[in-house]
Design a protein around this ligand. Structure first.
Ligand code: HEM
Ligand code: HEM
Length: 192
């Protein structure tokens, strides 16, 4: 396996974790907002059940990703980045990791507080974390929504930053997270 600090790229495992989780997070927003627009009924509950299953998948993948990352540090940031840019990049990643745990955990706790079951694609049911508690449900529901808004804002800034690196600064920050891209070739194409 290439050493990320010498190859300057994220490893294939890090890229796979990144893109699968990113896709699931986008799916989560689509499902939650779609369900939000529907009246209470079978269709809404089916969408929320799917939202819960994908959300619990994010939790499991986030645990694996973090454990894996502890053993495999990411590549160094490009030397051209300012001190402030480095702090912002690292802070964004830390907040992302916190939210990748906090979003599923508040969702799971919220469902437990209402005594609604959390199934994983109908294969098995996760245990309730707390007993029925309406006050806790209200608090957890608001927290889940507020953290969802925070995740949306940070993801938007993160995507804008990645595109800025690629199209404006023209460095390797986006390319080294992309699979199937040879950085040298892509860089020369970028300049032409
Ligand atoms: C990365 C994981 C997750 C993300 C990004 C996420 C995101 C969201 C967002 C943005 C909303 C609000 C949609 C709106 O009304 O505007 C929402 C609602 C909801 N989420 Fe999640 N969620 C995640 C995981 C979970 C999990 C694991 C559960 C339960 C086990 C869950 C249960 C719910 C429920 C029940 C609602 C509807 C709450 C209501 O009635 O207002 N979520 N989620
Ligand atoms: C919306 C869901 C997304 C989440 C939750 C997310 C999360 C993350 C996290 C946690 C990292 C840090 C990886 C590490 O060092 O362990 C990261 C890095 C990165 N992400 Fe995302 N990401 C998302 C979407 C995107 C999208 C859509 C793009 C491209 C437009 C992107 C581009 C990048 C790049 C280029 C890096 C590497 C930055 C660096 O080298 O410091 N991400 N992302």
């Amino acid at each position: 396996m290439p050493n990320p600090s010498t190859s300057g790229r994220y490893t294939a495992v890090a890229q796979a974790f990144h893109w699968v989780i990113a896709l699931l997070v986008v799916t989560q927003f689509v499902l939650a907002n779609w369900a939000d627009g529907l009246p209470l009924g079978v269709h809404k509950l089916a969408l929320l059940a799917r939202h819960k299953s994908f959300g619990m998948t994010v939790l499991m993948l986030a645990i694996l990703r973090l454990l894996w990352r502890l053993k495999h540090p990411p590549p160094e940031l490009p030397p051209g980045m300012t001190h402030l840019e480095r702090i912002l990049a690292r802070a964004t990643h830390v907040v992302f990791y916190v939210l990748l745990f906090a979003m599923p955990m508040t969702g799971w706790l919220m469902s437990s507080a209402k005594n609604y079951s959390v199934s994983w694609f109908g294969w098995f049911t996760w245990p309730n974390l707390i007993g029925k508690n309406e006050a806790a449900f209200d608090l957890l529901r608001s927290t889940h929504h507020i953290l969802g808004d925070a995740l949306f804002v940070i993801a938007t800034l993160h995507i804008v930053a990645a595109l800025k690196h690629h199209f404006w600064t023209k460095d390797d920050v986006l390319l080294r997270m992309l699979p199937f891209v040879r950085i040298e070739r892509a860089k020369s194409e970028n300049r032409s």
